[in-house]
Design a protein around this ligand. Structure first.
Ligand SMILES: Cc1cc2nc3c(=O)[nH]c(=O)nc-3n(C[C@H](O)[C@H](O)[C@H](O)COP(=O)(O)O)c2cc1C
Length: 379
């Protein structure tokens, strides 16, 4: 493999000239981002992930973003019951590819920061500067109990994450031993070599929704993922949201790229796309898994009215889990994605009911349209 330059601008551009970066989201988890009982739901097996990464790279897809998940949500399908650990998964995929960027998603409270820093460096060298980090603090109590780790109260999770990331960044950059004397972390004569590939560092993203989570992202991260963009809103309305986030980052003296997530069902006709979408995420929803996911967010028949519960259940199955749905013909899906780019979004991480079955159609029909619409390079 040829040596690659990995300046920070190269890393942020994900080594492509595409204005709109496109990624795949959630492929390391069984069922991906669709809590469906359909037999074709995503396996997340290693052979399927490997085929998908190679297919995505050949198609010109920019990045792959896994979900850090340790415990399934139960239900008939045990939604997310089988998940591949993301940093080791990224190592394997980066060794098997040459250009695509692969993220690892890490729960700060579950990994010692010096071990994490070294794992990230190792994977970054394997990928020659193509590794990225999604730093999460966790929200699912059951996952933390399983490790015997007590979840901190919401805001101090981000205080801890700040120290954790400060240690990781120092391990990546300090030329000699350093001490760290924080509120949570105390390290003596810490040392870590080598440094990340080419002396720069992996790109870091976060997707906090709370004000404190967002402030953490704005202070520390290169990319902020928002789940709330609606491409059917006007370009102006989305542009306003992007602008607010970028302006808030500039108040911290930083530039940040805004990304989002979504689920694609693309078919030759609008009716076919809508029929399959409904068939997958409503008619064949794993309602019990959906309810367990909602219960983790304290939405149960005991805490809300029956009407509200029904409304939320429908929302979770159709949008809350998968993200904004891009459902339609290649023209429709391409236009909605282009609108997101025109609103100033840097990229989007997409999921499919079955990534391997559906990516070829997206590659052949949607990606060329995005190039014609001027938001991606022809491939
Ligand atoms: C694109 C995206 C990816 C996320 N990935 C994970 C993940 O892999 N694991 C996880 O526990 N939480 C994940 N989250 C949850 C966020 O990190 C965050 O905890 C959540 O949005 C709630 O925000 P808050 O922590 O500010 O309250 C993700 C959220 C989004 C929008």
């Amino acid at each position: 493999m040829l040596a690659r330059t990995a300046s920070m601008p190269d890393r942020l551009a994900m080594y492509t000239a595409n204005a709109l970066k496109i990624g795949l989201f959630g492929a390391n988890c069984s069922s991906g981002r669709s809590a469906t009982k359909l037999p074709e739901r995503w396996s997340a097996s290693w052979p399927d992930c490997l085929r998908l990464a190679r297919m995505a790279e050949d198609a010109g897809i920019d990045f792959i973003l896994p979900i850090g998940r340790w415990k399934g949500y139960g239900g008939e399908t045990d939604f997310h019951g089988a998940t591949l650990e993301t940093v080791t998964w990224a190592a394997g995929l980066l060794a098997a590819t040459e250009r695509i960027v692969v993220f690892g998603t890490v729960h700060a409270p579950l990994f010692h920061p010096l071990i994490a820093a070294k794992e990230f460096v190792t994977v970054d060298h394997i990928g020659q500067g193509r590794f990225g980090i999604n730093l999460v603090v966790g929200w699912n109590e059951g996952e933390f109990e399983m490790f015997g780790v007590t979840q901190r109260d919401h805001d101090s999770r981000y205080d801890f994450a700040q120290e954790w990331l400060d240690v990781v960044k120092r391990a990546w950059s300090e030329a000699s031993d350093f001490d760290f004397d924080g509120q949570f972390l105390k390290l003596k004569s810490a040392r870590a070599f080598p440094k990340p590939y080419e002396g720069t560092r992996p790109i870091i993203m976060n997707a906090g929704r709370s004000p404190i989570g967002q402030a953490f992202a704005l202070r520390n991260c290169d990319a902020f993922f928002t789940a709330t963009v609606d491409s059917r809103l006007s370009i102006d309305a989305n542009a306003k949201k992007v602008d607010e986030i970028k302006r808030a980052a500039r108040a911290f003296g930083r530039d940040i790229e805004v990304y989002t997530v979504g689920q694609v069902v693309c078919r030759p006709t609008q009716k076919e796309a809508e029929d399959y979408y409904r068939h997958a995420v409503i008619e064949n929803a794993d309602w019990s898994a959906v309810a367990q996911m909602m219960a983790l967010k304290n939405i149960t028949p005991q805490t809300v009215s029956p009407e509200e519960f029904g409304r939320q259940q429908h929302y979770f199955a159709s949008k809350g889990i998968g993200g904004y749905p891009f459902v339609g013909t290649p023209d429709q899906v391409a236009q909605e994605l282009a609108n997101i780019s025109k609103a100033g979004m840097r990229g989007i991480a997409l999921s499919f009911v079955n990534y391997l079955d559906e990516l070829p159609y997206f590659r052949d029909e949607v990606l060329p349209r995005l190039a014609r619409l001027g938001v991606r390079q022809p491939h």
